[in-house]
Design a protein around this ligand. Structure first.
Ligand SMILES: Cc1cc2nc3c(=O)[nH]c(=O)nc-3n(C[C@H](O)[C@H](O)[C@H](O)COP(=O)(O)OP(=O)(O)OC[C@H]3O[C@@H](n4cnc5c(N)ncnc54)[C@H](O)[C@@H]3O)c2cc1C
Length: 327
């Protein structure tokens, strides 16, 4: 049977939550494609997680058990995937819409004559082809697109667009993928990898809760308050460009058109006006809560729940309540 392949994101060892969401997305469209869901794991460690992948719907996991998956920049992964695609001829490949994987997908597309769609928030099957929905221009326009017939669809799915759910399957069968990367692919070894400060908190692209701060915080110390709130909620901390440009928080946490795109279950914006460029990065959040002292702030137009007030009074009260509940 044809496979619908899911590229496993296992940075950190175990499959990340986005992988389980991708498997849910794959399960939603695989029957209409006449395909079964399979995973592909690049690097050591697949066998230990075959049960998890199976429980989320993968019947098998193609395993490239090679340290080369991590030891070099991108290309060995591309070659391994290209070899699998050539042998397996999957109906489509789903991947996490992270910057690293987008790079892999773009290079893979060139090699296998595929087409790439990124940041999909919905998938369907029409006339036997996968159709992806995505929001563009800050969420003002929703597009549906598909890869032209005869080309392999490579579809990046946004974090939290699908809910990870177990399907009750047994452990995925682990099938070895035997590929030796070319000399060209191993020309750029990774010599060092530094874990950035703040890594103790979930990455904002993956976190189900993101607490975000803007110019209204007043200065960098406002983010210490937000970090306390985020830690109580088990969330990540993001920022508007005004806040990152002011040097109050690192640029890698900027959300928006020129920053990161997030789709958490809950986005809590504090002291953020809700400019269109910011909304471009968080518009697909499932629930938006805003704290702003200006009742006319545009963020309230997209908020499910709004608090008009001074964040320096509201946020400490929230922290107090959450701490009291924790006991
Ligand atoms: C090409 C381009 C790309 C851009 N890309 C991005 C991007 O990726 N991300 C991004 O965020 N922006 C981006 N911007 C900037 C964007 O247009 C806005 O300027 C920016 O988002 C504003 O940030 P802010 O909401 O923190 O600040 P402001 O717009 O200044 O809003 C601050 C808000 O805080 C409220 N406030 C003030 N004090 C308090 C208080 N004590 N309590 C509660 N509320 C308070 C105010 O009422 C106000 O609504 C881009 C702009 C351009 C031109």
């Amino acid at each position: 049977m044809t496979e619908l392949l899911v590229l496993v994101d296992h940075s950190g060892g175990a499959p990340r939550r986005i992988t389980l969401q991708l498997l849910a997305a794959a399960r939603a469209v695989a029957p209409a494609l006449g395909a079964e869901v399979a995973a592909v794991w690049l690097g050591p460690g697949a066998a230990e997680h075959a049960a998890t992948l199976g429980a989320h719907g993968a019947v098998r996991v193609h395993h490239w058990d090679s340290a080369d998956a991590k030891g070099y920049v991108t290309l060995p992964q591309v070659e391994a995937l290209a070899a699998l695609v050539a042998a397996d001829r999957p109906a489509a490949v789903l991947f996490a819409s992270s910057n690293h994987v987008k790079d892999v997908a773009a290079r893979l597309a060139v090699r296998v004559d595929g087409g790439v769609i990124t940041d999909a928030t919905g998938l369907a099957v029409e006339d036997g082809a996968v159709v992806a929905t995505k929001e563009v221009f800050g969420g003002d326009v929703i597009t549906t697109s598909r890869v032209a017939d005869g080309h392999l669809p490579l579809i990046g799915v946004a974090s939290n667009a699908f809910a990870a759910e177990e399907s009750g399957g047994g452990p995925a069968e682990v099938v070895a993928l035997d590929v030796a990367p070319s000399d060209a692919a191993t020309a750029a070894p990774v010599t060092d990898a530094v874990v950035q400060a703040g890594a103790g908190r979930p990455d904002i692209a993956e976190a189900s809760i993101v607490v975000s701060g803007g110019r209204g915080l007043g200065d960098a110390s406002g983010f210490e308050l937000l970090e306390r709130l985020a830690d109580l909620l088990g969330g990540g901390v993001g920022a508007s460009r005004a806040a990152t440009d002011a040097g109050w928080y690192p640029h890698r946490f900027q959300i928006g058109q020129t920053g990161r795109t997030i789709s958490p279950s809950l986005y809590l914006g504090t002291g953020i006006s809700g400019a269109i460029q910011h909304r471009a990065g968080m518009q697909t959040s499932q629930h938006v809560v805003a704290i702003n002292k200006d009742p006319e702030a545009p963020i309230f137009q997209i908020a499910d729940f709004g608090i008009v007030g001074d964040l320096h009074q509201v946020v400490p009260k929230l922290i107090e309540q959450l701490e009291a509940r924790r006991g």
